[in-house]
Design a protein around this ligand. Structure first.
Ligand code: HEC
Ligand code: HEC
Ligand code: HEC
Ligand code: HEC
Ligand code: HEC
Length: 175
């Protein structure tokens, strides 16, 4: 009798363990695809700011004069965000960072290696290539991108250079 009872207990325990395991697996499967692989300090929303009438250059202040576009720091945000404009928790986070004078540590998504030269100024100002050609519709983004619109392989650069008779000389890009 006792023997059978303990078998029954073990079975029940096993069923509970399997149940817990399945539950964990279910939640992992549910959450996994939505977990961004890259954590940004604020879940910044491009769409809301473009709809509010802001220009790309308000926050990406460098591209008109330099190789880099630039990622904005708190002094840019705080020109508008001093008092809460919304009830967003992300904005509350931003206001707390502004109060503590902490830097905004954005993780850069688009990147070329150090041995490659790329200039925003030449492409966007001199050649008037729109941001969307290379970055897609950023004005529609409601959260930070977790991967670049184009994977910046050598072919990605050269394909366009061939189409637009730009340099395909090795030293053109590797300097
Ligand atoms: C020129 C003014 C201006 C600047 C500069 C600005 N914002 Fe905003 N921001 C707004 C306005 C206006 C809203 C409200 C938009 C709405 O509710 O439709 C807003 C809303 C927000 C919100 C809450 C809305 C949401 O759902 O995300 C966050 C968070 C935010 N901004 C972050 C930032 C950050 C980070 C910066 C700096 C990189 C920044 N803002 C720079 C004007 C600005
Ligand atoms: C011809 C393609 C191309 C165009 C057009 C372009 N970008 Fe970029 N962008 C890139 C590449 C490539 C990188 C990675 C560069 C690096 O690692 O230095 C990048 C990086 C960035 C970055 C992050 C690094 C940085 O430079 O601060 C921002 C922000 C950015 N681009 C914004 C813009 C904006 C805004 C425009 C339009 C005014 C624009 N880009 C137009 C290709 C482009
Ligand atoms: C109010 C400020 C603001 C404005 C206006 C703004 N951006 Fe941004 N942008 C940011 C912030 C903050 C980030 C970093 C967080 C993110 O990726 O959402 C960013 C990131 C980006 C990146 C990715 C950079 C990387 O890490 O490689 C691109 C590309 C970009 N913006 C393009 C644009 C373009 C194109 C416009 C105009 C249509 C624009 N942005 C307008 C604040 C702004
Ligand atoms: C959508 C098209 C396009 C893409 C994508 C593109 N380029 Fe260009 N690039 C051009 C054009 C057009 C010129 C100007 C050609 C001229 O004036 O002779 C140019 C010029 C250049 C130059 C010479 C001018 C300068 O800035 O010194 C370099 C270097 C360069 N590109 C690097 C790159 C790299 C690296 C990539 C990829 C990360 C890239 N380009 C992606 C279109 C593009
Ligand atoms: C239009 C710009 C451009 C031109 C022209 C160009 N490259 Fe590249 N090259 C790149 C970029 C961007 C990368 C980085 C690719 C990556 O990170 O996946 C790269 C990477 C490389 C690498 C590193 C290995 C690799 O595959 O990542 C080598 C080696 C290289 N290039 C050699 C050359 C040679 C040789 C030429 C001339 C025949 C040349 N490149 C012309 C843009 C260019």
């Amino acid at each position: 009798m006792d023997f059978q009872k303990s078998i029954l207990e073990i079975r029940q325990r096993n069923i509970i363990m399997i149940g817990i395991g399945a539950l964990i697996a279910f939640f992992v499967a549910l959450v996994w695809p939505f977990t961004p692989s890259i954590e940004q300090p604020i879940q910044y929303n491009h769409q809301k700011h473009i709809q509010a009438g802001l220009e790309c250059s308000t926050c990406h202040t460098l591209y008109e004069n330099s190789a880099f576009a630039g990622l904005p720091q708190l002094d840019t945000c705080s020109t508008c965000h001093q008092e809460p404009l919304t009830e967003s928790r992300e904005e509350a986070k931003l206001l707390a960072l502004i109060q503590q004078a902490k830097p905004l540590e954005w993780k850069q998504i688009n990147r070329v290696p150090d041995h490659v030269y790329f200039s925003h100024r030449t492409h966007t100002v001199d050649r008037e290539i729109g941001c969307a050609t290379c970055h897609g519709p950023m004005e529609e983004r409601t959260s930070p991108p977790t991967k670049p619109f184009f994977k910046w392989t050598m072919d990605a650069c050269i394909n366009c250079h061939e189409q637009r008779s730009a340099t395909v000389d090795c030293n053109g890009c590797h300097r």
